[in-house]
Design a binder for this molecule. Structure first.
Ligand code: UDP
Length: 240
């Protein structure tokens, strides 16, 4: 499959990709490995925005199901994404990649607020911009945050780095014959309720014609390979 050349990409990292086998929510070695994959891609000249999730630390919806008030739980979830953003920033800077964190919830002692023009300037200067706190409001997820930032930063594609290698027509853990799509349309994802990103994120990408590339970021070299059209991934895009 040939992948079009993307120049500016938004990488969505699920919080779980920072977790290790040892149960640590943020495993320094795992985070360093992920940072290495990002640095390799950055070195190839791509402009990179990153949105980090928080599910490795706290998920508002799960906490609400156990009795937490939803908005409070979501605020906690958003704070978790800021911790992850700082962890990714730290790991990237340790290997010489210049970064800035911008949070949708103001935290001026530790990072910048989200200011689009400032983020543009960071990209021009070759910095990686890490966006934290999703869209900054409860009842959303960082998938929606990723779609929103991809649209406002005019990214050519949204790369969703997870621990699975793409989108399947059924859950491969339950259905042994499940097959992975190379490409699939936004409408099929929505109609079949395929587990890619939440529906509001998918529709925002569809309405702004932003392809979503789902790939396994834990596999060494895969991020760079997928960008050059070689690795294993699924692209969610317009009906061809
Ligand atoms: N969250 C929120 N608004 C946002 C983004 C995130 O309220 O715009 C909260 C929500 O509780 C969510 C948590 O932050 O469960 C962590 O984000 P998410 O579940 O998207 O992380 P991921 O699954 O990508 O690790």
């Amino acid at each position: 499959m040939t992948t079009p050349r993307y120049n500016r990409i938004l990488l969505k990292l699920s919080g779980e990709v920072l977790m290790g086998e040892n149960g640590l929510a943020i495993d320094p070695a795992v985070t360093a490995r992920v940072a290495g994959e990002i640095a390799d891609v950055k070195a190839q000249g791509y402009e990179l925005c990153i949105v980090v999730g928080g599910g490795n630390i706290f998920r508002g919806l799960a906490a609400a199901a156990k009795g937490f008030e939803r908005a409070t739980a979501d605020h906690m979830g958003m704070l978790a994404t800021v911790m992850n953003a700082l962890a990714v920033q730290n790991a990237l800077e340790q290997i010489g990649v210049s970064t800035r964190v911008q949070s949708a919830i103001s935290m001026d002692k530790i990072c910048e607020p989200v200011i689009r023009r400032r983020a543009e300037r960071h990209l021009e200067k070759g910095r990686v911009v890490i966006f934290a706190a999703g869209v900054g409001e409860p009842y959303f997820t960082t998938d929606s945050g990723a779609a929103l930032r991809a649209a406002e930063m005019k990214c050519d594609a949204l790369f969703k780095g997870t621990s699975v290698d793409g989108v399947y027509d059924a859950d491969p853990k339950i259905v042994p014959t499940a097959t992975r799509y190379d490409t699939v349309s936004y409408d099929t994802v929505l109609a079949k309720n395929l587990k890619v990103m939440d529906a509001s994120a998918i529709s925002l990408c569809r309405d702004n014609d932003i392809p979503i590339v789902v790939f396994n970021i834990r596999e060494h070299g895969n991020f760079a390979a997928v960008l050059s059209g070689e690795g294993v991934s699924t692209t969610v895009q317009k009906e061809q």
